[in-house]
Design a protein around this ligand. Structure first.
Ligand SMILES: [Zn+2]
Length: 367
């Protein structure tokens, strides 16, 4: 394994190029068409090159329309796209495919995720070492999966546990759950756990918001009612200044178990929180708080590059899907791929622990 990790693959470069092209479209319909094509390429399981047919045309790919297809063919055949270069030049930007994308962001395409899972030279967790997912959203907040569906899908994926971590009431835009709703949700979880005893365990969690001052948007007594607290930043993500103090405050808050999507970045939209991450990781290590690798393809937060520094700091890790539907549970694979590229020891990943060890760790940190 090279220390640098994988370069942006052609899927990643083309997706970035199509996103740039989307950004300069006057027609909303065309803009969405190119964006949809970019997402479809990032989600392909194979390198885009394998879709090229002997006659030079591209095999049909769902959600990639004729004009996106033409651009992809141009780039695969000639290394550049005159169509996009002309358009970008007209808008004052450059169309250099090689320099497209966000190579420093270390976003992986789905094809790269699957390659990292297959790559036997990498150390770190294998799919079969992963026993359960510790961040996801249900119909109780902004997710579309019911608790029953989460259990069924978890069992189908070979898990022995999953944590339901709906948004806290401090985040009304994401349908945050009130404490009264949480009480009802917990009654439901207790009933389901009784039914699946010995097979599957649903963990009562929450995704609390880290305020700008580093405090968490729930009272200490409220945090104590949860088995698992993921604290994650959802605001003040576009300010340029250093936010080390905010993140250190969050990881040293009693009752917090996981620092969720630490940077709060979004692909093609915002780089998120800037901080001295060594300091944050050291504080998390001392507090026994796990650093999350959020596997949502648009987040990939933290990525393998930053994760290597968390490994050096001695941190625990949580690898989570942040799924809002059962179809998104596979995003955990993106997190596992980053952990493999970073060489995170399986022993340090709380999702890879047996359930009783996980529950003991959760109980030791609860308020
Ligand atoms: Zn979140």
């Amino acid at each position: 394994m090279t220390r640098a990790g994988p370069d942006l693959d052609m899927n990643g470069k083309l997706a970035a190029l199509l996103r740039d092209f989307a950004a300069i479209q006057r027609s909303k319909q065309k803009m969405w068409g190119y964006k949809r094509a970019a997402s479809a390429i990032m989600a392909l399981e194979e390198p885009i090159e394998s879709f090229l047919q002997p006659d030079g045309t591209l095999r049909k790919i769902p959600n990639i329309g004729p004009s996106s297809s033409r651009v992809i063919q141009e780039v695969l055949q000639t290394g550049s796209s005159p169509t996009i270069e002309r358009a970008l030049a007209g808008s004052g930007q450059t169309g250099d495919v090689e320099r497209r994308g966000d190579p420093a962001g270390h976003f992986l395409s789905r094809a790269q995720v699957l390659a990292a899972l297959r790559n036997a030279k990498l150390t770190g967790p294998r799919l079969e070492d992963y026993h359960g997912d510790l961040q996801m959203h249900s119909t109780w907040s902004d997710g579309s999966q019911t608790l029953e569906e989460i259990i069924e899908a978890g069992i189908a994926r070979g898990y022995s546990f999953s944590a339901v971590t709906d948004h806290s009431y401090g985040l009304p835009v994401a349908g945050g759950v009130s404490m009264a709703e949480l009480t009802r949700q917990h009654e439901g979880i207790d009933r389901l756990n009784e039914t699946h005893r010995g097979t599957f365990r649903l963990i009562k969690g929450i995704e609390a918001n880290i305020r700008k001052d580093g405090s968490v948007d729930m009272e200490p007594g409220e945090l104590g009612r949860l088995e698992l607290v993921v604290a994650a930043p959802h605001s003040a993500l576009r300010i340029a200044g250093d936010q080390t103090a905010r993140m250190v405050a969050a990881v040293t808050t009693r009752g917090v178990h996981i620092l969720g999507h630490p940077r709060g970045r979004k692909y093609g939209s915002r780089p998120g929180v800037a901080a001295d991450w060594e300091q944050v990781f050291k504080a998390a290590r001392r507090a026994n708080v796990a650093i999350e690798i959020d596997g949502d393809p648009s987040r990939q937060d933290i990525d393998y590059d930053l994760a290597r520094r968390a490994v050096q700091a001695g941190c625990l890790f949580a690898l989570d899907s942040d799924a809002h539907s059962t179809g998104e549970l596979r995003y955990a694979e993106t997190a596992i791929a980053h952990a493999r590229l970073a060489g995170v020891p399986t022993e340090r990943i709380v999702n890879c622990w047996p359930l009783d060890r996980l529950l003991a760790w959760l109980a030791s940190r609860s308020g």
